[in-house]
Design a protein around this ligand. Structure first.
Ligand code: SAM
Length: 288
């Protein structure tokens, strides 16, 4: 197998295939040899598991996943990479590459068709331009997966791993924590990639909760409230919810007071439990 973390091997592939990196597709490929084995091991790539990978690049992480898991299905948007992957993944008969935009693939069906009898996890070095939409899409689709282990920009990682109810919290923190327990695994510096990005990265894991506290109807309203609550971070919850959801300030205050929260509170100081209670009391007060 070619060593895809060896710069001369990578340069040889680049020149033979006339490949040049696409900045707009977030193509920063891993060349630090220690990172992919760690992602694979911490991301459930092992006997009994099928791994869904998003964004293969030259296949450096795909190889480490394929060595350890029963099967890997890898989705890559850039068709220029397909002939390269035929070469770099040639020794594996347990990898299927799908040339598609992950946001347009029916992942529930893919998992049903490709991973019968296996537990499933997602592993990826995510393209940074679309990190949050991909994570939210994976969670909102209620996929039958155990975990999502992904490399993200370090700042995004901090936001995702923040404790709900602290200053670093954003709408994405609450949304992600609703579905999963989020853990930061390790930092990766910018020199680990080719080409090197302008930011450092980190690897995080989302362990999906097996049961949830709200019904689907509440869930939709809950997410509207969370999104609205963080739409103007500096304002009070009463003002942001009132303007973003077109609800009178009086009703928002009533909903907050009924669960013992001051109407002048800001979104970042609410815990997950308080968010859930607030969305329920707001729904009752407004009959929405
Ligand atoms: N896994 C490789 C590695 O670690 O070296 C590549 C990671 S690179 C940061 C992100 C990869 O995602 C690129 O290969 C890019 O072409 C691919 N990609 C970008 N947008 C995508 C999308 N919407 N769907 C699927 N793949 C995408």
């Amino acid at each position: 197998m070619e060593n895809l973390t060896n710069i001369s091997v990578v340069k040889d592939i680049l020149s033979r295939h006339g490949f040049n990196f696409s900045k707009s597709l977030g193509q920063n490929f891993l060349i630090n040899p220690t990172v992919c084995p760690r992602i694979a091991e911490l991301g459930n790539a092992k006997e009994g598991y099928g791994i869904l990978e998003i964004g293969t690049g030259f296949g450096v992480l795909t190889c480490e996943l394929a060595k350890r898991a029963n099967k890997v299905v890898a989705i890559e948007i850039d068709s220029r990479l397909i002939p390269i992957l035929k070469e770099t993944l040639s020794e594996f008969d347990n990898v299927k590459v799908i040339n598609a935009d992950v946001m347009k693939v029916d992942l529930n069906q893919t998992i049903r068709n490709e991973f019968q009898g296996l537990k499933v996890s997602v592993c990826a070095n995510l393209p940074y331009y679309i990190t949050s939409p991909i994570i939210m899409m994976l969670l909102e689709n209620h996929l039958p997966i155990e975990s999502i282990t992904v490399m993200v920009q370090r700042e995004a990682g901090q936001r995702l791993c923040a404790k709900v109810g602290t200053r670093d919290t954003g709408a994405i923190t609450v949304a992600v924590n609703y579905y999963a327990t989020v853990t930061k695994l390790f930092d990766v510096n910018r020199g680990s990639f080719m080409p090197s990005p302008n930011v450092d990265s980190c690897v995080i894991r989302l362990d999906i909760h097996k049961d949830r506290k709200l019904s689907p109807k509440d869930e939709e309203f809950f997410f509207k409230v969370v999104k609205g609550a963080f739409s103007q971070r500096r304002k009070t919850l009463t003002n942001t919810i009132s303007s973003s959801m077109a609800i009178s300030k009086c009703d928002v205050s009533k909903a907050l007071e009924s669960i013992g929260i001051s109407p002048s509170t800001r979104a970042e100081s609410l815990t997950m439990e308080q968010f859930i209670k607030f969305s329920q009391s707001l729904q009752q007060v407004t009959s929405l």
